[in-house]
Each structure stands twice: as structure tokens, then as C-alpha cells.
Write a new protein. Structure first.
Ligand SMILES: [Zn+2]
Length: 113
């Protein structure tokens, strides 16, 4: 099961691999750039409804595995519950964030001279 931060475990990756073997048919061609190299995010994402109560506790959310084209960043969402991933674990008292949600932007060289 994904940890409380939504990070995928080795057991999750095994479930996803099994689902992939049953459903992913090479070549999967990106509809935007026509390449076929894909990357998967290391987290389960949850998508809220577009409603005024979307962020209340206990409301309906949709959990997804995210697969992104390595060339143009076109992204596909696969429902993680349908794939068979269990919901994330509850936080523990010793929990700390292991994976950043976003990677830092590249550091550009100074133009001052
Ligand atoms: Zn693409």
C-alpha cells in the first residue's frame, strides 16, 4: 500500500507491473508527439471533485497512477483502485516525508558578469 505520503512501495509496484502486463500493449504511442517512451510518477495522486465541499474529510476522491510521456510530458491517469492498489496507510508518529512532491527547478547560471 502507498505510505501516508502516497509514495509507492515495492508491493505496489508489483501490483502495477502485473496490471501493466495484462493491459499495456506495445507500442503505446503518445497522441501528441508520437514517441513511445513513458515514465511513471512515484506517488499515487488523488483528484478531488470540482465542488465546494471537495476538501472536506470523508469526501469522494479519485486515486490515480500517473504515466507521463518522457518527451513532451503528455500525461495519462490510471485509476489506482481499479488497478488493485489499496488505499494509503495512516500516518505514524515517526512519519517524515521521504519523497518531494515536486523536484526543484534547475539552477540557471547567473547572467551578471
Ligand atoms: Zn509525447
Amino acid at each position: 500500500m502507498p505510505d501516508e505520503h502516497g509514495a509507492l512501495s515495492e508491493a505496489d509496484l508489483a501490483i502495477i507491473r502485473k496490471w501493466w502486463d495484462q493491459h499495456w500493449r506495445e507500442p503505446v504511442v503518445c497522441p501528441v508527439c508520437k514517441t513511445s517512451e513513458w515514465r511513471m510518477a512515484n506517488h499515487v495522486l488523488k483528484v478531488h471533485r470540482h465542488g465546494f465541499d471537495a476538501f472536506k474529510d470523508g469526501t469522494t476522491i479519485y486515486p490515480y497512477i500517473v504515466v507521463m510521456c518522457a518527451t513532451c510530458a503528455h500525461t495519462m491517469f490510471f485509476n489506482s483502485a481499479k488497478i488493485g492498489l489499496p488505499p494509503p496507510s495512516a500516518p505514524t508518529s515517526s512519519s517524515t516525508a521521504r519523497n518531494p512532491l515536486f523536484l526543484p527547478l534547475p539552477q540557471f547560471p547567473s547572467t551578471k558578469g
